[in-house]
Design a protein around this ligand. Structure first.
Ligand SMILES: C[S@@+](CC[C@H](N)C(=O)[O-])C[C@H]1O[C@@H](n2cnc3c(N)ncnc32)[C@H](O)[C@@H]1O
Length: 206
């Protein structure tokens, strides 16, 4: 009797982007080489897919320039580069995430620049080079609220057209969203997706 030997799935397709799962051979190899990467940049987080779904409808301009903060493995940057041909710079304090990001960019046939920096250190003149600032699941501790609020303020003063931040709804994010609501008169909205994974949360657009 013939035995079916279906290859196990090692990527998941989300909004036109192939995302590597932990079982992907390249992920396993990179993890063996970089055993000590830190602040939660160790997988693709679901909020990035909430952001992708939102940006499908509220699309950035084709070929515009974007910066992603707290990029981790960079799913949102790769989405922007693939779907809207955006020139993306992906920023993270932990440089150990970049090989994973580059491997994901390569399987999607796009390029993404990377920059090791903390939110706090990104200056107005740096931000003025970008049309969009994006982030997903980056406000997970109370100490992050103030630096992110100040970063958004610098971005708006520098002429960035729009800032989009997705989050599962952590209290620290909701505090950030309320500060932005008061300061910039914007609203944040509930968002959910059912595919390719179920995810619920909020999108803050400033
Ligand atoms: C929960 S992960 C989210 C990763 C990615 N945005 C996603 O949705 O898959 C948070 C990321 O933010 C980065 N991070 C945390 N604090 C940061 C800071 N102050 N400046 C820059 N990056 C930071 C971490 O290293 C990590 O990669």
């Amino acid at each position: 009797m013939a035995v079916s030997r279906k290859k196990p799935k090692t990527t998941v397709r989300a909004f036109g982007v192939d995302l590597m799962m932990a079982s992907h051979p390249e992920v396993r190899r990179l993890k063996r080489e970089n055993p000590d990467f830190s602040t939660h940049g160790n997988k693709v987080w679901r909020s990035s897919m909430l952001l992708m779904d939102y940006l499908k409808k509220d699309s950035p301009r084709q070929r515009s320039k974007g910066m992603e903060i707290g990029c981790g493995w960079g799913p949102a940057s790769i989405f922007m580069a693939k779907q809207f041909r955006c020139k993306m710079t992906a920023v993270d304090l932990d440089p150990a995430v970049f090989p994973f990001l580059q491997a994901q960019a390569a399987i999607n046939g796009v390029t993404v620049d990377t920059l090791k920096s903390r939110f706090e250190k990104i200056s107005g003149p740096q931000l003025s080079q970008y049309d969009y600032l994006i982030g997903s699941d980056i406000c997970f501790w109370d100490e992050m609220v103030d630096p992110l609020f100040k970063l958004i303020k610098r971005a708006k003063n520098a002429g960035v057209k729009a800032v989009y931040i997705a989050d599962p709804g952590r209290t620290s994010f909701l505090e950030l969203a309320e500060r932005c609501e008061k300061a910039f008169g914007v609203e944040y909205e509930y968002h959910e997706i059912k595919r390719p994974v179920r995810a619920t949360g909020f999108i803050l657009k400033v």
